[in-house]
Ligand binder design. Structure first.
Ligand SMILES: Nc1ncnc2c1ncn2[C@@H]1O[C@H](COP(=O)(O)OP(=O)(O)OP(=O)(O)O)[C@@H](O)[C@H]1O
Ligand SMILES: O=C(O)C1=C[C@@H](O)[C@@H](O)[C@H](O)C1
Ligand SMILES: [Mg+2]
Length: 186
């Protein structure tokens, strides 16, 4: 039976710690899709971990690599792609994200803080008050994340399998009305 996705790729966006990597892997398993992670590919291209890229080359250089990696991935079909939390910052990146369906995972900042704990692999959170930084980043980025095709508001208590199922259940709602709406327009 063909899935309504029709081989289209899924891009997961959202703040660091929302579970883009974890849920992306689960979705790939359920859909029999390939899985890619921009953060992981950036580290492979640069030959060093993200905190080191930020420390030695700067955020600007990281963002450049991020766009390059996303541009290459946008040519892929049948893939779930976990993106970095800041992928939504550049307009250029949206032209790549629009090659697939964009899903925003949205979890309150305090839950993200609890999840990430003392994880030092997120350079933007190396501040005196990481919870406040997370909250400010969430607030500043909200209108950009909101450009996604699908918005999942989660409490953070849902296991990854359930989040993946919820995405798959909601996809037909955003895929079908599009063609129906077009028919109504004629
Ligand atoms: N649904 C979930 N329930 C509980 N814990 C989760 C869930 N999803 C992810 N986690 C945990 O939260 C942490 C962050 O998850 P993950 O790395 O998938 O987030 P991310 O969105 O990819 O973050 P980043 O943008 O920094 O790459 C991990 O420790 C992961 O095991
Ligand atoms: O939110 C962000 O800007 C980031 C999130 C991570 O996924 C990494 O891409 C990097 O740490 C930057
Ligand atoms: Mg990730």
């Amino acid at each position: 039976m063909s899935h309504p996705l029709q081989n289209c790729s899924l891009f997961l966006i959202g703040m660091m710690g929302v579970g883009k990597t974890t849920v992306g892997q689960e979705l790939a398993k359920q859909l029999n899709y390939r899985f890619f992670d921009t953060d992981n590919l950036i580290e492979r291209v640069a030959g060093k971990p993200i905190p080191e890229i930020f420390a030695t080359d700067g955020e600007e250089a990281f963002r450049k690599l991020e766009s390059q990696v996303l541009g290459q991935l946008s040519a892929q079909t049948r893939s779930t792609i976990a993106t970095g939390g800041g992928i939504i910052l550049k307009a250029e990146n949206w032209s790549y994200l629009r090659h697939g369906i964009v899903v925003w995972l949205d979890i309150p900042a305090p839950v993200l803080y609890h999840r990430l704990g003392a994880d030092s692999s997120r350079p933007l959170l190396q501040t005196p008050d990481p919870l406040q930084t997370l909250q400010e980043l969430c607030d500043r980025r909200r209108s950009l994340y909101a450009q996604a095709d699908l918005h999942l508001t989660l409490s953070g208590a849902e296991p990854p399998e359930q989040v993946a199922e919820q995405i798959l259940n909601e996809l037909p709602k955003i895929l079908k009305p599009k063609s129906k709406a077009n028919t109504h327009l004629n």
